[in-house]
Each structure stands twice: as structure tokens, then as C-alpha cells.
Ligand binder design. Structure first.
Ligand SMILES: Nc1ncnc2c1ncn2[C@@H]1O[C@H](COP(=O)(O)OP(=O)(O)OP(=O)(O)O)[C@@H](O)[C@H]1O
Ligand SMILES: O=P(O)(O)OC[C@H]1O[C@H](OP(=O)(O)OP(=O)(O)O)[C@H](O)[C@@H]1O
Length: 356
């Protein structure tokens, strides 16, 4: 038996089964059995763990989330904000959600479009870039942009190299992890450039920026967010193929596991996620102002739909409350002050519900 810590495996009814007592160990004590028999019992235990897990997935909606990389941490924060509670057993890529009939499936972001498109899972979170690269984009519906994992897929070349446009790069060597998108893009560039040469697009799994310095490529196609990696490698961008962010996705075809009992989970999660995101994006502003100054103040705080205006006990004064973008908070307060607002208060929101 493994010496790793034994994490309780949550069960559909909310109780936890501890692997040592209920899943891994055979019914009788391991120490009373001969060694050969102990080995058999252990593998029996592993099989029974797996079959129990498979059994417990039957009445659950499967939801794929990134298991590593740039999208993982923010996705886990989003799940926590939406009160999706789960225990993930060590090294297990499936976790049963304790408070909803959902099972989370932890997968590499690049594999999620395929799992969603082919109906292996009902919902997923991944980047728009890997959806486009997967060639399953047409089978996928984007339910909600999630505002994180923002980046651009760009053609990059050495700053002082001989190729400074995509037309000049046509016919040369390009390294990328996005060989489908880069291949499609350079086919069109090659056709337009009319040199009768085909750009050689070669797959590299990671650290793509090193390819030019190593003499493997004349240019690359890779993701850029801050641009730090690109600049550190002495590269600059000469073209943007696409911009991307993380999105909640489902398959265009109705998913067989989404029974009438499970189907409402999709709008519920979408609405919860939108609320978590809006609470991060907006703050709640409240202020008092003379009624005659109200029109100019309302231009500053129009609210998401419309501001709330209520009369104050003092004649000629009103109280206004409205959601304001967090990033514009300080500027908005300055402008309100100039417009005659008093008692300007800003409240952060823990959570909220907004129309999506
Ligand atoms: N620098 C970045 N800033 C923001 N988002 C990014 C950045 N790099 C990648 N992403 C987004 O995160 C997704 C996952 O990228 P990441 O390289 O972290 O994946 P990974 O699963 O660890 O894959 P790999 O093992 O191939 O690196 C990308 O498809 C993209 O949507
Ligand atoms: O513009 P920046 O903010 O510097 O981000 C860009 C880098 O981020 C991604 O790689 P990541 O660090 O995820 O690792 P990888 O190279 O192994 O894919 C991407 O492939 C770039 O290398």
C-alpha cells in the first residue's frame, strides 16, 4: 500500500470515505495475509477505488478545469468564489464536488477543448487560444468570458534580425506550439507573398522563445502577456494572430449527461461565476448631491444598468448609489467631488449577481 497521506474521497451523499478503511484495503487485515496475497489485495483495492469512482460519476455533471499552468490558480479561485467545494485526493485528476452533483476533471488546458467537443465532459474552462488551435472550435460554445488568462498569440522575430515583416519571414523557419494556427496563417502569407516558397512551421513544446537564439528558427509564434519573455529573448512582435482569455465552454451538441436534474447546474455556475467576476471588477459607490447637480453626477456614475437615486430628508438633496469599475474608482471620486458630490463612499463587494 502507498505510504502517501490518505485524503478522504468525498462521496455523492456528502460523507467522506477514507481510502485506508473503505477503498484501498481489502476487507481483512493486510498484515494477516502472505506477501503475495497482499500485492493482489492492493491491486484489487486500486481497481475497486477506480470502479467506485467511476460509479460515483454516473449522476454527476463532469466539469474539466486546468490541472496546471497559467489558468489553474485563477480557475480554482473562481470555483472557491462560486462555493464549489471539493476534496482532491493526492494525484487523482477527478474530484467529487461535495455540495453539488458535479465532478471536476483536472486536465491540461490544451486538452480541454477536445474533451468538451467530443462530449467526454459537459463543461470546461480553458483559453480561447487552445480552442482555436484544437480544430474543435466549431463544436464548442463559449458561455462566459472569464477575464483572466489574457494574452495574444504573436509572430515574433529577433529585434535586429533580417526578417522584420511576416512577408519577409515567408519561406523561412518558424517555431511554435501552435502549429495549426501558425500553419494556417503562414499558408495565407506564403500565397500572398508569391515567392513560391513554403514557410516551415515546426512544433516546439515550450520555451519557444529560445528557438531563434539557438538557430532553430528565424521567427516564432507564441503567447505574449507582459512581453517580458519576448524582450528577454531579444524578440519583438510583428503581427498578432489572435487575442485570448479564459472562457467557460460547453459542447454545441446537447450533452447526454445533462439530464433534466443536472442541466440547471450550467446556468447556475455561469451566473455564480459572472457574480464573482463582477464583484472583482466593480465597487459600489454612494454619495449625496444637490438635486440640481444630479445630471452631471449621473454622467460620471451611470451604473451598470442605471444608478439608484433616492431623496434625502434634507430638502433639495438626493443620495445616489451605483456600481463603478474598480480601475476607474479614484478618477470617479475626483470627478464626483468636482461635480459637487459629498460623503462619497466606496464599498468593495464580496459577491454579487448581475445579468449575464
Ligand atoms: N503569459 C501568459 N499570460 C496569460 N495567460 C497565458 C499566458 N501564457 C499562457 N496563457 C494562457 O494559459 C493557457 C495555458 O498555458 P500554459 O503554458 O500555462 O499551459 P500548460 O498547460 O502549463 O502547458 P505547457 O505544459 O504546454 O506549458 C494558454 O493556453 C493561454 O490561454
Ligand atoms: O509575455 P509574458 O508575460 O512574458 O508571458 C509569455 C510567456 O508565457 C507563456 O509561457 P509560460 O511561462 O507559461 O511557460 P512555457 O514557455 O513553458 O509555455 C508563453 O508561452 C510565453 O513564454
Amino acid at each position: 500500500m502507498s505510504s502517501e497521506p490518505q485524503t478522504p474521497v468525498p462521496q455523492p451523499n456528502g460523507t467522506d470515505l477514507t481510502p485506508s478503511s473503505s477503498l484501498i484495503l481489502p476487507p481483512t487485515s493486510e498484515h494477516s495475509q502472505p506477501a503475495s496475497s497482499r500485492t493482489n489485495k492492493s491491486s484489487f483495492g486500486a481497481e475497486s477505488t477506480m470502479s467506485l469512482l467511476v460509479e460515483s460519476l454516473k449522476d454527476r455533471m463532469l466539469f474539466a478545469v486546468p490541472k496546471k499552468g497559467r489558468l489553474m490558480e485563477k480557475t480554482l479561485e473562481l470555483l472557491a468564489g462560486a462555493d464549489v467545494k471539493y476534496n482532491r485526493a493526492h494525484r487523482l485528476d477527478v474530484a467529487l464536488v461535495q455540495n453539488h452533483p458535479i465532478a471536476l476533471v483536472f486536465l491540461p488546458a490544451a486538452d480541454i477543448p477536445r474533451f468538451v467537443a467530443l462530449g467526454s465532459v459537459a463543461l470546461g474552462i480553458t483559453g480561447q487560444d487552445v480552442i482555436a488551435e484544437s480544430t474543435h472550435a466549431e463544436q464548442i460554445t463559449e458561455l462566459l468570458p472569464l477575464g483572466y488568462g489574457k494574452c495574444s498569440l504573436q509572430v515574433q522575430v529577433p529585434v535586429s534580425g533580417p526578417y522584420q515583416s511576416v512577408e519577409e519571414l515567408s519561406g523561412a523557419r518558424v517555431a511554435t506550439s501552435f502549429e495549426v494556427l501558425a500553419g494556417e496563417f503562414f499558408s495565407k502569407v506564403d500565397e500572398k507573398a508569391g515567392k513560391g516558397k513554403k514557410t516551415r512551421v515546426e512544433y516546439v513544446g515550450g520555451s519557444v522563445e529560445a528557438a531563434c537564439a539557438l538557430g532553430m528558427a528565424d521567427g516564432i509564434v507564441d503567447l505574449v502577456e507582459s512581453g517580458d519573455t519576448m524582450r528577454a529573448a531579444g524578440l519583438h512582435a510583428i503581427h498578432t494572430l489572435l487575442t485570448s482569455e479564459a472562457v467557460l465552454i460547453t459542447s454545441r451538441a446537447p450533452h447526454p449527461s445533462l439530464t433534466p436534474a443536472l442541466a440547471p447546474l450550467v446556468p447556475m455556475l455561469k451566473s455564480r461565476f459572472a457574480g464573482v467576476l463582477a464583484a472583482k471588477r466593480y465597487v459600489y459607490a454612494s454619495y449625496n448631491i444637490r438635486r440640481e447637480q444630479l445630471p452631471s453626477a449621473l454622467k460620471i456614475t451611470p451604473g451598470r444598468r442605471a444608478p439608484t437615486v433616492s431623496p434625502l430628508e434634507e430638502d433639495g438633496w438626493v443620495a445616489v448609489s451605483a456600481m463603478v469599475e474598480r480601475k476607474a474608482m479614484a478618477k470617479t471620486m475626483d470627478e464626483l467631488e468636482r461635480a459637487g458630490a459629498e460623503d462619497v463612499l466606496i464599498f468593495a463587494m464580496d459577491n454579487c449577481r448581475v445579468g449575464v
